[in-house]
Design a protein around this ligand. Structure first.
Ligand code: GLU
Length: 478
């Protein structure tokens, strides 16, 4: 997109460079390496919608990077400068992301060149419906072949329209709801999907801070408590990550960077109030709870412990990488660091928790939603009360023993309340996500520490993922 300087490789080339760096350390046959690198197909569609008295033509994309597993999975982005290069880069990241978190999908991504802020909700619904129609009739949206999800500029509303359009065109498909994820709950969605990517960033950081060796590699100490964090982009991902890290882990969000500038407060920003201000005014200017910084990009270079780029690709590039002071960067966005900047930061000893892992929380919970749709039952529906009654048995027995033996123990009401409550869908989703983020991080860090030729987590993540994709192709005899 526009933020990648013209003298640097494009987003797609950047991802390829990162892939190549990892592939060079593997003994893949050249044919297989090429097969995994390239994007299988990109469909470009131009369609017209009658709006405001005239026909408006829109350009949309759906790119499929790898079909080693089907369906392929990945979001649909609405942004004015969506282009083929970007969609292909994002589709390939989806392949490696899914492989790393063991979501059984190939990689795909879609995009529509549109500024969603220029259209009202009804108009957007009509545009989305038409785009969905074009993709559905070519099986580029299909529960067993290609399952989109939200991305930048899209959310539950668009996903509900896509699901409805698919159901209209496939009236006898009992699994129709599984054709898209990120739907609202009343349209077959799952609890915890909206917060999932931000929650995944939080779980990723928690896992990072469980490993003293890794904390040391980033020149940090302790845990998340009191850590100073810069968040770039307070959209769905940045907002939830910032909120959870502040409220549940005691971190301080000292800077938030948005379209119109940045806002700064050494004591930590009130994230909910700031989000409400952004929604109401369109930016961070005039926010009472902090100092406004006109040159937003300069705040990326401020002193901090953790930097969370959570918006566009290419925001950390050769023009600013050398001045970044954060010792730890976690890529909540896709591709926020260009390949050139990645080299500069590595030289400086900055630890980067890479996008293919860091923002995989979204697709992980999408996977749970897809499974829920195919099984036609909400998670926890069968077990919850049974679990509660077994816990009640134990609590009652403990209280009886305490009484009968005269020990006089009393269980604290807080413990009883927490212990007696069986897990509902949200708790189960969070538990599944937490487990996924821990396991994937451990797979990556093992490679990072065990192999002397692997300098960073990104290369380790690519090595783990490429090996899994290769194994899957080999098993098919390809
Ligand atoms: N758009 C998100 C991503 O980039 C989610 C994809 C999905 O849930 O399929 O990972």
């Amino acid at each position: 997109m526009a933020s990648i300087p013209a003298n640097e490789p494009s987003f797609r080339q950047s991802v390829e460079l990162m892939f190549n760096r990892a592939a060079a350390l593997m003994d893949l046959s050249p044919g297989l390496e090429e097969k995994i690198r390239v994007c299988n197909s990109t469909y470009v569609v131009r369609f017209g919608v009658k709006l405001r008295g005239e026909i408006k033509t829109f350009t949309g994309y759906r790119s499929v990077h790898s079909e080693h597993m089907e369906p392929v999975k990945g979001g649909i982005r609405y942004a004015p400068n969506v282009n083929q290069d970007e969609v292909e880069a994002l589709a390939s990241l989806m392949t490696f992301k899914c492989a790393l978190v063991e979501a059984p999908f190939g990689g795909s991504k879609g995009g529509l060149c549109i500024d969603p802020r220029e259209w009202d909700e009804d108009e957007l619904d009509r545009i989305t419906r038409r785009f969905a129609y074009e993709l559905i009739k070519r099986d580029l949206i299909n529960p067993s072949q290609n399952v989109p999800a939200p991305d930048m500029g899209t959310g539950e509303r668009e996903m509900a329209v896509i699901a409805d359009q698919y159901a209209r065109m496939n009236t006898t498909d009992i699994n129709a709801k599984a054709c898209v994820t990120g739907k609202p709950i009343h349209a077959g969605g799952i609890q915890g999907r909206i917060e999932a990517t931000g929650r995944g960033v939080q779980y990723a950081l928690r896992e990072f801070f469980r490993h003293p060796e890794d904390i040391k590699a980033a020149n940090l100490s302790g845990d998340l408590e009191g850590k100073r964090i810069i968040v770039q982009g307070l959209g769905n991902v940045g907002y939830h990550a910032a909120l959870f890290l502040r409220d549940e882990d005691g971190a301080k969000i000292t800077h938030v960077i948005e379209r119109d500038g940045a806002v700064h407060n050494d004591q930590g920003l009130d994230i909910e109030a700031l989000r409400a201000h952004i929604v109401a005014t369109g930016g961070v200017r005039d926010f009472k709870g902090g100092t406004f910084i006109e040159d937003g990009a300069s705040a990326l270079e401020a002193e901090c412990d953790i930097l969370i780029p959570a918006a566009l690709e290419g925001v950390i590039n050769l023009s600013n990488a050398a001045r970044i002071k954060a010792p730890l960067i976690i890529e909540a966005a896709n591709g926020p660091i260009t390949a050139g900047a990645d080299d500069v930061l590595r030289e400086k000893g900055v630890v980067i928790i890479p996008d293919l892992y860091a923002n995989a929380g979204g697709v992980t919970v999408s996977y749970f939603e897809w499974v829920k749709n195919l099984s036609h039952i909400r998670f926890g529906r069968m077990q919850r009360r049974q679990e509660e009654s077994r816990h009640e048995l134990i609590v009652n027995e403990l209280e009886r023993l305490s009484r009968d033996t005269g020990i006089g123990w009393t269980l604290s009401p807080d413990f009883k309340q927490k212990y007696l409550r069986g897990a509902g869908e949200l708790e189960l989703v969070r538990s599944g996500l937490d487990d996924t983020m821990r396991t994937a991080y451990q797979a990556m860090r093992e490679v990072w520490h065990d192999r002397h030729d692997v300098p960073d987590l990104r290369m380790a993540g690519f090595l783990v993922s490429i090996a899994r994709v290769a194994a899957s192709y080999r098993a098919k005899g390809l």
